[in-house]
Design a protein around this ligand. Structure first.
Ligand SMILES: Cc1cc2nc3c(=O)[nH]c(=O)nc-3n(C[C@H](O)[C@H](O)[C@H](O)COP(=O)(O)OP(=O)(O)OC[C@H]3O[C@@H](n4cnc5c(N)ncnc54)[C@H](O)[C@@H]3O)c2cc1C
Length: 753
């Protein structure tokens, strides 16, 4: 794009690379040069690709090897030989290496040459016109494979590379740029229409080729509705090119990436030590004088076409723009599924600091017409951390875990950490925080709602271990809430936190926890009502060191199984047996195992590292109940017999949870000894059957409830709590910015008043 002085400088950041010959004798040579290049500060290492050349290493294998030997430097073919590299497979390989290398791959590609050699290797000879069409198809295939967010199978290509229903993915770690090595007008037209970069070699250019090429590319880009700045201009240059030459090429021909050819370590050293800094200095100075603006992140037209209505994308502040994820971006697949839900947000902001959370909330407050999700680790049931067409603030990067004082157990944890990570970080200090039963759940969602975990009866809820929390409020203020600072807010954050702000840091006191037992029992629960009654009695009578849950499903034939998982916090086998035996005796035991283990091992064993794949909306109900009475047992058995729930879970609370006075935290149902959760579907009649259970309940735990709406709030909080929460909502979030997780409407008339 011509700058104010009429000269092309697209404003891209200057980068320097090495062009290394992939010789295979000695095979270590190109690797050594690549490692040296990284040490010298080069931004990228590139290798030519001649798969028919017996004296060369295979370039793709070499790239993978170099990726493993380096840490920072970008990797690319310069350029890969398309006729001998099947595009769908190449796309998958590039995505794989991008994931393995932490987002360091670029796809330099060329249409081919040396056709006799290509034919000798089984490749197909193409005319120049055919080569352009083939590369055009290949680019569609690359991007189609990388578009893991799109769920339909990939159909792309045509005459040269027909892909007929390929599985997409994996999504690369970053948006892999496609750079084309091109010289002729038709190929330059393709660069303008589709590529992310133009990569010619200076020795093959005639005077005037660069401006002519830029002009053709810019024209083609503009005709295709693209911003010419989407196309980075790269250039292979011979070693020995002077800094002045390169400055001219940068300022007059728009070249921003110089890749120095030659396999001489001294040449690389000289270039990195003398030429590159001189070019950088002069170009920066000239750009400063001209007022050249860096283009920021330029999205291609395909990505722009996927933007959702009602979002002012240009208003995203620079602090967040570079990490923001939009529907057309490579990282978007992460936000199309959480653990239980599907999603299609219009914009994901990924702050890394509390200040950036404030910036993100400023964007959110200008988009009140859209849903707003706060995303920590994506396990929300009540909370909609994903949405359709709205904003999502992903606090996953705020995931630090710090032991402040191992003796007293004071720890600081970011909302983006997962509980398995917390358990692992605390284990070497002999510490644990009772969180939930599943290691993948996020700190942000659970520690603002309650936290019913494996040590609940012994150590209470997660929120009972909270000493303080740093919160960014709706108006952007970063504040602290603790027993002494903003105690009202601290009260609200422990049970209704999602309504009051974005928690950006938690301080907990962790308990000293040693070896303990993890037991799994499978019971015959065909006498379901009787089983539930006996389960309730046995758990209430058990030592407080015993906590856990039982899960029931539909009958199989006449039989119904109940699967129980229990923790007994003791390392003494006799004590463990003594505490668990009364529970094991309540019904015919079909299978059992008891292992001596540790809290962190339990949390990490119940964890999947696979990408989340939730789709649709979960349908669940929650209730808190004091005792599993015969009447409750009969109602629950009838619900299960009607197949209204495929997953019916009863967790132990009580014990230390009940030691905390009801009015101490927003979570108020402290008398309950059990939390009941039922997952089903609308079609299974769950709602209707659940109504038969609610008369036995005294409230509910909002983390297991998928319904929303004001009537749900009446059950989630005791009446006085709800009155107080409404008053606090009016003080802290009067306009209702946080409304996507059990919205406490500040304007609602308080029925209790
Ligand atoms: C497999 C599974 C097992 C579970 N086991 C347990 C369990 O044993 N015990 C238990 O108590 N719960 C359990 N839960 C429920 C879980 O605690 C909640 O769903 C919790 O909200 C998930 O937190 P997250 O950060 O992973 O979810 P996300 O989906 O990321 O967030 C859910 C909601 O929490 C709120 N939120 C998230 N981060 C913040 C933040 N930083 N500040 C303010 N609000 C925030 C938002 O409203 C958001 O919509 C389980 C859920 C699943 C799916």
């Amino acid at each position: 794009m011509p700058d104010a002085g009429g000269m092309p400088d697209y404003g891209h950041p200057l980068r320097f690379g090495a062009f290394i010959t992939p010789v295979n004798s000695p095979a270590s040579q190109p690797v050594r040069l690549a490692v040296l290049s990284e040490q010298l500060g080069f931004d990228l290492v590139t290798f030519q690709d001649h798969p028919y050349q017996a004296s060369y290493l295979d370039t793709w294998t070499l790239l993978s090897w170099v990726g493993a030997q380096t840490e920072r430097v970008q990797l690319s073919g310069n350029v890969l030989n398309l006729p001998l590299r099947q595009p769908a497979v190449l796309a998958r390989a590039a995505a794989s290496l991008d994931l393995l290398s932490g987002g360091r791959v670029s796809l330099g590609i060329g249409a081919g040459g040396f056709w006799d050699a290509i034919e000798a290797m089984g490749g197909r000879r193409l005319t120049p016109a055919q080569s352009v069409d083939a590369l055009d198809e290949a680019i569609e295939v690359f991007r189609g494979i990388w578009d893991a967010a799109e769920r339909s199978p990939l159909r792309a290509g045509g005459e040269y590379y027909r892909v007929a229903g390929a599985k997409r993915g994996p999504a690369p770690a970053h948006e892999i740029p496609v750079w084309i090595g091109a010289y002729k007008p038709r190929m330059l037209d393709l660069v303008g229409r589709k590529a992310d970069g133009w990569l010619p070699s200076l020795p093959y250019l005639e005077p005037g080729d660069l401006p002519r090429g830029n002009h053709l590319i810019d024209q083609a880009a503009a005709t295709a509705g693209r911003d010419p700045r989407e196309v980075t201009r790269l250039l292979n240059i011979p070693a020995g090119q002077s800094a002045d030459d390169l400055v001219r090429l940068a300022l007059e021909d728009g070249i921003s990436t110089f890749i120095v050819m030659g396999d001489d370590p001294e040449g690389l050293r000289r270039f990195a030590g003398e030429v590159a800094p001189a070019v950088r200095e002069q170009v920066d100075r000239a750009r400063g004088q001209r007022g050249t603006q860096p283009p920021g992140r330029v999205r291609n037209s395909t990505a722009l076409a996927r933007r959702r209505p009602g979002i002012d994308y240009d208003a995203v502040p620079p602090s967040l723009a570079s990490r923001a994820v939009e529907p057309g971006d490579a990282g978007y697949a992460r936000y199309t599924s959480s653990y239980l839900r599907g999603g299609a947000p219009g914009l994901v902001l990924r702050p890394q600091t509390a200040a950036e959370v404030r910036d993100a909330l400023a964007v959110a407050s200008r988009h009140r017409h859209l849903p707003l999700g706060i995303f920590s680790a994506g396990h929300g049931l009540s909370g909609r951390s994903l949405n359709d067409g709205g904003l999502v603030i992903d606090v996953g990067a705020l995931n630090a875990i710090e032991v402040l004082d191992a003796h007293s157990g004071r720890v600081r944890v970011g909302p983006g950490a997962r509980w398995a990570d917390v358990a692992q970080a605390l284990a070497p200090h002999g510490l644990a925080i009772s969180s939930g039963d599943y290691g993948g759940v996020g700190v942000g969602g659970l520690a603002t709602a309650g936290g019913i975990g494996w040590l609940a009866r012994e150590h209470g809820l997660t929120i009972d271990h909270l000493l303080g929390v740093d919160v960014v409020l709706a108006d952007g203020t970063l504040t602290q809430a603790s027993a002494t600072q903003n105690p009202d807010l601290f009260w609200a954050m422990r049970g209704a936190g999602a309504n009051f702000g974005v928690a950006v840091g938690f301080e907990f006191w962790a308990a000293h926890v040693g070896r303990l037992a993890f037991a799994q029992f499978v019971f015959d629960a065909s006498d379901t009502a009787g089983f539930l009654r006996r389960w309730g009695t046995a758990i209430e009578a058990a030592d407080r060191s015993v906590s856990g849950e039982v899960i029931l499903g539909a009958r199989q034939g006449r039989q119904r199984y109940a699967q129980a998982m229990l923790v007994a916090d003791s390392s003494d086998p006799d004590t463990i047996v003594e505490r668990l035996q009364p529970i094991a005796d309540i019904a015919p035991l079909l299978d059992h195992s008891v292992a001596l283990t540790s809290y962190d091992q339990i949390m990490t064993s119940l964890l999947s590292e696979a990408p989340q794949q939730g789709q649709g909306e979960p349908h669940s109900h929650s209730g808190l109940i004091r005792h599993l009475t015969p009447a409750f047992g009969q109602a629950a058995a009838a619900l299960l017999d009607a197949r209204a729930s495929y997953f019916f879970q009863i967790r132990a609370v009580g014990g230390a949870v009940s030691d905390v006075p009801s009015d101490a935290t927003a979570y108020g149902w402290r008398d309950a000894n059990f939390s009941v959760a039922a997952f089903g579907t609308r079609a299974s009649g769950l709602d209707r059957w659940w109504e038969t259970l609610t008369p036995h309940m005294e409230g509910m735990y909002l983390s297991f409830e998928s319904a929303t709406g004001p009537e749900v709030l009446q059950r989630a909080f005791p009446r006085e709590h709800l009155t107080r929460l409404r008053a606090l909502k009016r003080a802290y979030d009067p306009t209702g910015l946080f409304r996507d997780n059990f919205f406490i409407d500040p304007a609602a008339v308080d029925s209790a008043a």
